[in-house]
Ligand binder design. Sequence first.
Ligand code: GDP
Ligand code: ZN
Length: 458
Amino acid sequence: MEFDTIAAISTPLGEGAIGIVRLSGKDAINIVNQIFSGSDLNEVNSHTIHYGKMIDPHTNNMIEEVMVSVMKAPKTFTREDVVEINCHGGIASVNRLLELVLELGARLAEPGEFTKRAFLNGRIDLSQAEAVMDLIRAKTDRAMDVALKQLDGKLSKLIQRLRQDLIETVAHVEVNIDYPEYDDVEEMTKSVLLEKTTDVYQEIERLLTMAKQGKILREGISTAIIGRPNVGKSSLLNTLVQENKAIVTDIPGTTRDVIEEYVNVRGVPLRLIDTAGIRETDDLVEKIGVERSRQALKEADLVLLVLNNNEPLTDQDRQLFELTNDLELIVLINKTDLEERLDKNEVEKLAGDHPVVSTSLIEEQGIDDLEEAIAKLFFEGQLESTDVSYVSNARHIQLLKQALTALEEAQNAIDMDMPLDLIQIDVTRAWRILGEIVGDTVHDSLIDQLFSQFCLGK
Ligand code: GDP
Ligand code: ZN
């Protein structure tokens, strides 16, 4: 496949005044060469960087001193010739350079078009392309790690293996349909079918279990801090923010004011939801009513319920327990530096299976225990025990669920002793659906829609 040459301003990592104009396509080198004074870019080796000046052909004036990277196909991100013009003269000269290369025959790239080319040229598969998108949006270290793993193709490899299993099974059936005279072969085929589809089914289920984690990792774990007035909610919030300053990544598209709500507790990204609300309205239940706090709590992945060690339990405390009983809850008995007036037995009873942690936020006691409890909730089991990349993409989750349904139907058909070719249809459907995750069987319109979500210049 051969495409026209595209160009865009590509936001560089980090800050500073450096801007990059990036081109991809067969004319990329030639176009830049026409406005570059320095080495003849048509003659230079691939993957080399060249210092020179950009000259405006209309006026013969110098626009900028630049560094030009020349990367020749196929060992480039898009598998096409790629040229990057690095300049540090601010946005005006970057824009001027872009104008010039467009004048000389490049076309302005659509959002995500560089990545789309990488996909269309077979450099990356669709799930990797989506990982690039996730990477741009990743808000925390761990989320970035997940995106990077996916980019590395781990999810793709797993999906491809499952598809391989299914297609081999289908081949089995094919053989059987061709030689129907062997009765016992049909029995055998069905038992192989059942075994294989069950294996694949379980693997997909496992992926889906992790998918919830994937969502959490990308968005941060929505965390609500609740409790009566004066128990120490704001103090807790401040402590969490101070001790676990969110790691600010240099990925473009993440804005600082959003990140400020994120804290990173032992690698677990927490999103303190409605932080401002909690700060202003000290008592969630009283100020916004039980019904609405129920609603707010519904969106929380984790609830931190703060109690005051220095006061007896009140009905309001009990009401909060009731509201949060079915949620992921950690109970904090705060102000342990003060005299104990709280009935700890009753708290333990109300908390049930949920962890109870004692703290004195003012004396900075027990914070480790709290962090431990948070980390334990989310890492025990699933996250640590496996190194498969997590599914963190709504489209993938949807497709995995569809594949499960198809496999279920195949299993039902086997159970009901249906003819083999009917079973085969379901298995093939599962295979095709999984293919959509890695982009083997997707429609053009979906591809366009997916790539249009990218930032410009990516
Ligand atoms: P909120 O109303 O629940 O947000 O509670 P605040 O965080 O505003 O705290 C209310 C008061 O309790 C403030 O004066 C805090 O300094 C104090 N406080 C918070 N944590 C502790 C603690 O562990 N021990 C003591 N003695 N006071 C605390
Ligand atoms: Zn407060």
